[in-house]
Design a protein. Structure first.
Length: 174
């Protein structure tokens, strides 16, 4: 199951113990099978998101961007990975905080291409044009209207995204 599917299951039955077989949360846990004598129940954080009269839950990440190639990009990360990219190498899905990764508007296209090549291994950090802050809540913006992606699914456009980390909001068996 994907991160978006897991978030939908958590939203529909918050007290249930969940399992996942795919997505970035699954990758953060080492891609466990969830079967056999070694299966464990793990408490997991989630992100409560709100923007311009709308709201959603995220289990992995929310990204606010106009494009990857120019302008500010902000990723609110509950896990370290966004697909094949290790965006927030220090992020943990049960530490009560999100890693807010902000790429400066001033970063050149050439630099963005170089950073992109290092994203799969997490070696894009530290970088003077990329800021990482660990926060339990906050509001992020990119300086105008931008696309909002939650757990890999586009949710329209907005100017500001507010987030609150809800510690131990659900449990996964892995």
């Amino acid at each position: 199951s994907s991160d978006a599917e897991l978030a939908a299951m958590v939203a529909s039955d918050p007290g249930a113990v969940m399992a996942t077989s795919g997505g970035d949360v699954h990758a953060a846990l080492g891609r466990p099978s969830g079967r056999g004598a070694t299966a464990r129940r793990l408490p997991m954080d989630l992100l409560r998101l709100s923007w311009e009269g709308d709201s959603a839950l995220a289990v992995a990440h929310a990204v606010l961007r106009t494009t990857w190639w120019r302008g500010t990009v902000v990723a609110v990360m509950n896990v370290e990975r966004l697909g094949t990219w290790d965006v927030a190498p220090q992020a943990h899905p049960n530490d009560g905080r999100a890693d807010v990764v902000t790429v400066a508007r001033s970063m050149s296209l050439r630099t963005r291409l170089a950073v992109r090549r290092r994203l799969p291994t997490g070696t894009h950090l530290p970088h003077p044009d990329i800021e990482v802050r660990r926060r339990a809540e906050g509001a992020v913006t990119v300086g105008g209207e931008a696309d909002l992606w939650i757990d890999g699914v586009r949710h329209g456009r907005c100017r500001q995204l507010t987030f609150v980390v809800e510690p131990d909001a659900y449990s996964l068996v892995c």
